[in-house]
Unconditional design. Sequence first.
Length: 522
Amino acid sequence: MKDKVVIFDTTLRDGEQAPGCSLNLVEKIEIAKQLNKLNVDVIEAGYPVSSKVQFDAVQRIADAVDTVVAGLARTVEKDVKAAYDALKHADTFRIHTFAGTSDIHMMGKFGSDRYGKTLEEKRQHILKLSCDAVALAKTYTNDVEFSPEDAGRTDIGYLSEIVEAVIAAGATTVNIPDTTGYTMPLEFGAKIAELKSRVSNIDDAVISVHCHNDLGLAVANSLSAVSNGARQVECTINGIGERAGNASLEEIAMAIKVREDLWDVETNINTSEIFNASRMVSSFTGMVVQPNKAIVGENAFAHESGIHQDGMLKDNKTYEIMDPEVVGVQESKIVLGRHSGRHGLISRLKAIGFDPSEEELNSIYERFLELADKKKEVFDDDLRLLMGQEVAQKDYRHFLDYLHVNIGTTTIPTATVRIKSNEKLVEESATGDGPVDACFNAIDRALNSKFHIESYQVRSVTVGRSAQGEAHLRLKNGTKSFSGRGVSTDIVEASAMAYLQAINEYSIQGEVEELLDAVTAP
Ligand code: KIV
Ligand code: ZN
């Protein structure tokens, strides 16, 4: 029997911290369900104390899946309590508490004298806070994880001391994060080996690792740690996460599977769900997977040169170390079109990881027919985008009902929009520097709003001349940012939809009361 490596997925927590990535509640639940199908062992669903949105997400996800769900908490009483409150209705759950332990974190984050005057005083203070937080979490659940943040740069003597203390206080998993992606694989592996030999009670806890990818070594470091005794790996789908991201789940799982001849460990991952998970995360977050990304990139199984194609035709093992089907990449010959029935649509949706209810299917089918009228062939990626829009819109209040744009080389761009806002129709026109600007101005007039747009991108997401364009934008209000995404065969319409989606996100987060009042006032 091989040892199990616990796969702790943090796509919905650390992954969501990636710049430009934001998921709404419904999208998070849909991703959590897919992680459930992927058979990850733990889903870190968010950081409950940080906002109501995060709290609700953790609570709802714990409700929606049968995987162990974890909530993050600083070593602060109110954080640990909030994590418990969000998770308490689940059968089993984990509280994950963390504190910075490197000298840089001590002197920076814990620089104030209230944490102690000298480095040693600060270290002892943090150690006590950590043990108290673990002990408190332990009164709520048996499953408690502690992370000494920036362990990669933490002095090994102090790291061993705090790890031993938190295990004595009740931690069942001790996670060793390389928070800044600074370490080298041999160095990080040696750190795990050293902890194993220095910490007297280490066998009472699972050693976990959490590696960031700043030097492109997150997966190598995680695997090196596993070689040295780590039995949990924290990772994200497509490797999304803070800065350069986290260790990629699909790369860890497949490295262990493809080289099972070398490993005395295995994971529980249902690898045939990897591709669906990757596409769903990419489509909901708008974070494009680089074409040459290992396992899930568009080119991961493409063979371009004649010599390679010839070799593949003779024996696909010549240039492929894994079958694409093993990670769920299907050579789909099924393309839907305007004559496809509901049955064809539902079976394709199921094949790519969605399971819509009867009511959802009615609305998706209508939108599918509209799309099939605009473009002859509807591919799997079109369906993912359609589902993404469907999922995103569940809680929305403002919808684009009509759009007309007037442009030309010598005309002033003008847009007219009609928006269905809380069941009322509001129509407005405006001019702008270009058709997109005119649309945004018209929407602002209709909703009596004005937002600063932080970023705006348009790209083509499906293939051919009738490819769908996806617009992605982030708007800012005060210190908060809200993302929106729109997809259409018309990129101006996609942009208007993206702008409205970001406004909807803003409204959902409860900060647009005046705006809503203005719109809905008789
Ligand atoms: O990178 C990190 O150190 C983290 C911790 C909260 C585990 O994300
Ligand atoms: Zn992290």
